[in-house]
Design a protein around this ligand. Sequence first.
Ligand code: AMP
Length: 388
Amino acid sequence: MKELGNGTVVGILGGGQLGLFLAQSLARLGAHTSVFDPDSQAPALRHTARPFSAPFSEQSRLLAFAEQASVITYEFEHLPVHYLAGLGEHVAKIRPSLKVLEVAQDRLIEKKFLKAGGFPVVPFLELKDGDDLAKLQAFPLPILVKTVRGGYDGKGQTRLNKQADLDSFLPRLKERLSAGEVLVAEQVVELHGELSCIVGRKAKQSFLMPIFENVHQDSILDTTVFPAQISDELRRQVEELSTAIATALDVQGLLTVEYFIVKEASGLKIYVNELAPRPHNSGHLSMQAFNISQFDLLARLLLDLPVGKIEPISNACFAMANILGDCYHDKRLKLEALADAEGLVEILLYGKEEPRPARKMGHLITTGATVDEALTRARAVRLALSGS
Ligand code: AMP
């Protein structure tokens, strides 16, 4: 085991809120952190004693960052792998590995990997040249066309509900494909619900966090509740699949697996939506609800510390609501409303300057005797903070 407080530096690529909370967990275990982010105002970067703010293309800065780190992780998967691959011997310090990052940052590689491994994914179609246009026309509507890379929180997605949408989209699509873009068309499924499961992995050992249930609005996570209101059988399937996927990728660190629940004639069926090899927005509840948060888990894995059993600290139910830039008026939240917030156990504001619409500015966590009560409270507090 590494000696803590004795020069262990964990390098975090990406300086968003996930990096900030990870740095806090690491600090509580006596480790140092350094953060690399091109944006000098990124939340985690502002709080670290070892900030590295440069474009990823600045290889000398990236190398300096890698040299001072004992181990390197990331809080964002849309990183330029080719620059990271140029780090030579330091590549071995990156957890999860670049191979995992390559799979998770490309929707098509990810879906092909899942399909080949026998993991359930919704029907999809690769769009890369003119021949694929005919295949798209034969694909059942409604369809979501997604960019293969760089898309998150609904960015880069086009929904085609009816034939007319497809007809008007085709000429643009043709242009994009001839310009060399690759896209993926995905069948839109009617969601009965969405889940996420976070798995930690070290060597060949896996550590599962209890499952979260999520609701997205306009493709962005809106709320999460715990415990997930699912059957034992569904829980078992999610746990088994999540462990198997993390094992197939040989993840060292964290893997979040997002699922769709779809009602089919044979009953409820789950499909894997996406993989994120890092802490996840839907895991924020773990900071209040569990003995070990998702950030504590990753910190322990990175520092080679024992993990132990991850479990809820009480029988209470919890809800998390994201606070987006849309909740702000004149660049402010109505924080006076906190005085009357019922069931609120935590509000975290990330310190981002510009409250742009759809930008994640913070989140809040409420508790209740039932998930409905916790969720109603979370929504009420958020509404009051937005002054509505
Ligand atoms: P994504 O960025 O692909 O994870 O999508 C964000 C959210 O959009 C998901 O969590 C779903 O709520 C919704 N979504 C994405 N793909 C589909 C689909 N094929 N069918 C139904 N809903 C989808």
